[in-house]
Design a protein around this ligand. Structure first.
Ligand code: NAG
Ligand code: NAG
Ligand code: NAG
Length: 391
């Protein structure tokens, strides 16, 4: 009897353990399933490859984008490259491993910088120092020319932080608000021009420099003449401060869909520039006179464009673009923008200079195979590799 009781006891214990294991397992499975469900992306309304509702114009294929530095140009480039990829637009690429066209050496763009190919080139959209005749020599004569400018006060703040250790002139002072204040209070004390070696030009009128002009020439007539030249060459000058309005104007000019412009903020600092105090802004403007005049000029022409486009229509389409951006974010991004160190896939990490934290994204579990999601967060360097491989 004692033996049977002991035997039963053991069976009961065994059954209890089995139940427990099953219970734990099923709970775990359930919770696993529910997070899976939560993470999987909803269907995406605008994965399309068609031009809708355009009867009065033909989508532009030949595009030159003069990508300036720290002006949100990476987002514009992402929009252009995504579209180029879908519509077999041939992108001219650097023949070196650096996506920029000889930029670091301070050289003007030259047609020899382009990787040789049999296809005619439709688009250029990587950093360069602009040379009008060299660019126009390799692009079709109906090419649309666009660029983007940023208000010099906030641009300076961005350059001082992002390029701090890459530009000797900035690195003479600590990477701190007081360092920045000191630099702009006494720029002549810290700016040594070309003697400072690579990237020295970010210390003064860097947009003017990128556009191919002499950033040290303060002559009013030279500056005005140069601005007129920009106006003559470029069909549209976008402004970082009015980014969404800029995108609506751009889609209109290119005859693309608003859906093509849906974007996620890329290559931005995790802690973005706060409000620039008026006193500092004035000092920045005084030191970067050419950039300031250029910005002011194109801020005027910009609002003329908006007026021509229609203010009401603009409001409506900016709202629509914001909705599209939200949909893109909801469908693709897990947990909003995070610091680069928290981006799980190393391929999706942007270059993060010392002393600042750049933003990046993690894709939702179910979004990893959605082309639009992968494309929207692809970094500049990964796009470069992508097109090298594709073309
Ligand atoms: C295209 O136009 C039709 C009719 O005007 C409208 O119902 C539809 O929503 C438009 N489609 C897009 C994608 O704007
Ligand atoms: C543009 O190029 C095409 C073909 O290359 C040529 O036929 C046309 O005359 C050119 N147009 C202008 C305005 O130069
Ligand atoms: C651009 O011009 C508008 C209209 O004149 C002005 O209100 C605005 O402050 C300017 N923007 C910047 C960033 O300077």
């Amino acid at each position: 009897m004692g033996f049977i009781r002991k035997y039963l006891h053991n069976i009961l214990r065994f059954a209890l353990i089995l139940c427990l294991i099953y219970f734990v397992y099923s709970c775990w499975g359930l919770s696993f399933k529910s997070t899976e469900k939560q993470k999987s992306a909803p269907t995406f309304p605008f994965i399309r490859n068609t031009f809708t509702n355009r009867t009065n114009c033909k989508p532009k294929k030949n595009i030159f984008f003069m990508k300036t530095h720290k002006t949100a140009g990476t987002v514009v480039q992402n929009i252009l490259l995504r579209h180029a990829d879908l519509h077999d637009i041939f992108v001219g690429l650097s023949r070196t491993r650096d996506p920029k066209f000889g930029y670091r050496d301070g050289r003007y763009f030259n047609r020899d910088f382009i990787r040789k190919s049999d296809s005619p080139i439709n688009m250029l959209c990587h950093h360069m120092r602009f040379d009008r005749s060299e660019v126009s020599a390799i692009l079709p004569n109906d090419t649309v020319y666009i660029t983007i400018l940023r208000e010099p006060g906030s641009l300076f703040e961005s350059l001082f932080n992002y390029l701090h250790y890459d530009c000797k002139t900035f690195s003479r002072l600590p990477l701190s608000p007081s360092g920045m204040e000191e630099w702009i209070n006494h720029p002549r004390r810290y700016f040594r021009g070309a003697k400072d070696g690579p990237l020295w030009w970010f210390g003064k009128n860097s947009m003017f420099y990128d556009m191919g002009f002499n950033n040290l020439n303060n002559d009013e007539e030279y500056i005005q003449q140069s601005i007129l030249e920009v106006e003559e060459v470029f069909d549209l000058v976008l402004l970082t401060e009015y980014f969404d309005i800029s995108m609506v104007l751009l889609m209109d000019l290119l005859c693309w869909d608003l859906e093509d412009a849906a974007y996620l903020a890329l290559n931005a600092r995790a802690v973005s520039g706060e409000f620039v105090p008026e006193v500092r802004r004035r000092k920045v403007e005084e030191w970067n006179h050419a950039d300031t005049l250029m910005y002011r000029h194109f801020n005027k022409t910009f609002w003329r464009c908006v007026k021509e486009y229609g203010v009401e229509k603009m409001d409506k389409n900016v709202k629509k673009l914001n909705e599209l951006n939200q949909q893109l974010q909801d469908a693709c991004v897990d947990g909003g923008a995070v610091g680069v160190s928290r981006v799980r896939d190393p391929r999706n990490r942007v270059y993060n200079p010392r002393g600042v934290e750049m933003k990046g994204y993690n894709l939702k579990h179910g979004a990893k195979e959605l082309k639009i999601c992968k494309d929207a967060i692809r970094t500049e360097n990964k796009w470069f590799e992508y097109f090298l491989h594709k073309q």
